[in-house]
Design a protein around this ligand. Structure first.
Ligand code: ZN
Length: 238
């Protein structure tokens, strides 16, 4: 291949490689931000709600047992009360016990209503948060897999470009490569085209002599300003 054309392709190849490296780094940064903190927080919230649900459930069941015990005692006391006949100290104390137990039972029943309400709220919260967790977790997994796939794609493309770069370099004579590398070292894309009479790299107009020589001989010239290797667009399209 013509060494100048090879050089032009080398430049395009390297520009492409830089783009891929940038995208690779962007993906790396995105993956770094995927800590999963949000889903972990939801999971912790669900676990806490479950623990509270369990505690409420136990309290409810304890109340049920106590209400049953009170029921049996009341039955017993009430029958004693009716069997007891006339008023005596014993009967008064029996009646006091019955009153106390009934008060306690009422309290426990109120508490149970509160428990039922809270259990209901917690169940709703657990259900909603579980749905939210699943949705976010799915989205996160699909993001991660998309980024992973793109990274593989980039790696494949980059490897091909690297091979291509080596092939192109082999087509460029040593002294031209020195020129090229020197311009790259100055953070410039080494090659530019002539646009009208101007260098496409820095925009500066070239001398008439320079332009004429380039157009006649069809090789290259160096920009009088930035030193880039200038060729004509026509030449590249040949
Ligand atoms: Zn220039």
């Amino acid at each position: 291949m013509d060494s100048l054309k090879a050089m032009w392709r080398l430049q395009n190849t390297e520009v492409e490689m830089v783009k891929l490296r940038k995208e690779w780094n962007d993906i790396k940064e995105l993956l770094g931000r995927e800590s999963g903190a949000e889903t972990a927080e939801i999971q912790a919230g669900i676990a806490e709600a479950r623990a509270r649900w369990q505690k409420n459930k136990e309290e409810y069941e304890e109340s049920t047992l106590e209400i049953e015990t009170i029921g049996r005692k009341l039955e017993q006391f009430n029958s004693q009360l009716y069997e007891g006949g006339g008023l005596s100290k014993e009967l008064v104390s029996l009646q006091q016990n019955i009153d106390q137990l009934e008060k306690r039972r009422h309290l426990l029943e109120e508490k149970q209503l509160g428990c039922i309400e809270e259990l209901d709220d917690l169940e709703k919260r657990i259900a909603n948060e579980t749905v939210r967790f699943q949705r976010l977790d799915e989205q996160r997994k699909s993001r991660l897999s998309r980024l992973g796939e793109r990274r593989e794609e980039i790696k494949g493309k980059y490897d091909l470009l690297k091979e291509r770069r080596e092939e192109l370099r082999a087509d460029i004579p040593e002294e031209m490569m020195v020129l090229y590398t020197d311009l790259v070292g100055q953070k410039k894309r080494p090659m530019a085209t002539l646009v009208g009479e101007n260098c496409s790299g820095c925009g500066i107009a070239q001398t008439t002599q320079n332009v004429n020589a380039l157009k006649k001989e069809g090789r290259y010239t160096r920009c009088i300003n930035c030193g880039r290797i200038i060729v004509t667009g026509d030449y590249l399209e040949e």
